[in-house]
Design a protein around this ligand. Structure first.
Ligand code: HEC
Length: 229
């Protein structure tokens, strides 16, 4: 039995090591995004920035405007005012109005749908990518990216970066990343919240059960198992 356990553990360790190796192979160092999905203010700001700076090119077609409003506590009127710009309806999916042909013409590729990007690349990747633009005159938009070599996306946040202090800009990028994390799994809002509540409940139950156990065992002094005491 012990042998089986040891072999299983060794196999698991080997899998973890090879998984880590493949994840880091050829990739650059990623900064920690430090996002917090329970931070509503951050998600609201992220949604606003995303709609202003990203949704012109990128869809998040798995989301609808009213779902975002409901989850992030933004009223429908405010969603229409601050998050919708192209005469969409509140129940519509968030789809960019950029045509595929136009995109290929301008960028040489279509900007990918970002609904699940936080799941496929991870939040640290997105956070570092958005920080990773550097000047490179050989590229059409004059910028290249440390994280995604020869990316055909322009540095869309350059103006924001100039207007804001370093901390403010980092927070803005963190908020956009946080929003994309939420978009990747909207149920995470409920799941994480519920997780804390369940753990809290189990803790209280543990205390009560322990007190009850003490109460029950208080009078058991001469049971068979204590005979030698
Ligand atoms: C002007 C159009 C445009 C805008 C605006 C834009 N992007 Fe992009 N984005 C692109 C293109 C084109 C690509 C594909 C790059 C490539 O593969 O070379 C891309 C790629 C990406 C990727 C990589 C996705 C992947 O799976 O490889 C992420 C993440 C991303 N963009 C996030 C954003 C965010 C966040 C914003 C807003 C702050 C934004 N983009 C604004 C055009 C745009």
């Amino acid at each position: 039995m012990k042998k089986i356990l040891n072999t299983t553990l060794a196999a698991l360790a080997a899998m973890t090591i090879s998984f880590n190796a493949s994840a880091s192979a050829g990739s650059v160092h990623l900064d920690s995004a430090n996002t917090d999905i329970s931070d509503q203010g951050s998600l609201q700001n992220g949604a606003k920035l995303f709609m202003n700076y990203c949704s012109g090119c990128h869809s998040i077609s798995f989301m609808r405007y009213n779902r975002i409003g409901k989850d992030l506590n933004i009223s429908d009127a405010d969603v229409e005012k601050n998050l919708m710009f192209n005469g969409e309806k509140i129940g519509d999916n968030v789809v960019s109005s950029l045509s595929d042909a136009g995109a290929v013409n301008w960028f040489g590729t279509t900007p990918p749908d970002l609904s699940l990007v936080s799941r496929s690349k991870g939040v640290d990747w997105i956070y570092t990518y958005l920080h990773g633009f550097y000047k490179d005159e050989s590229r059409i938009f004059g910028v290249n990216n440390h994280v995604l070599e020869n990316a055909s996306m322009p540095d869309v946040l350059w103006k924001l970066k100039q207007e804001r202090s370093t901390e403010e800009f980092d927070q803005d990028v963190r908020d956009i990343t946080n929003f994309l994390d939420y978009v990747g799994e909207p149920a995470k809002l409920v799941r994480v919240d519920l997780g804390y509540k369940v753990l809290g409940f189990l803790f209280i139950l543990f205390v009560l059960s322990y007190l009850l156990k003490k109460e029950y065992w208080k009078d058991v002094k001469y049971g068979k198992w204590r005979a030698k005491d």
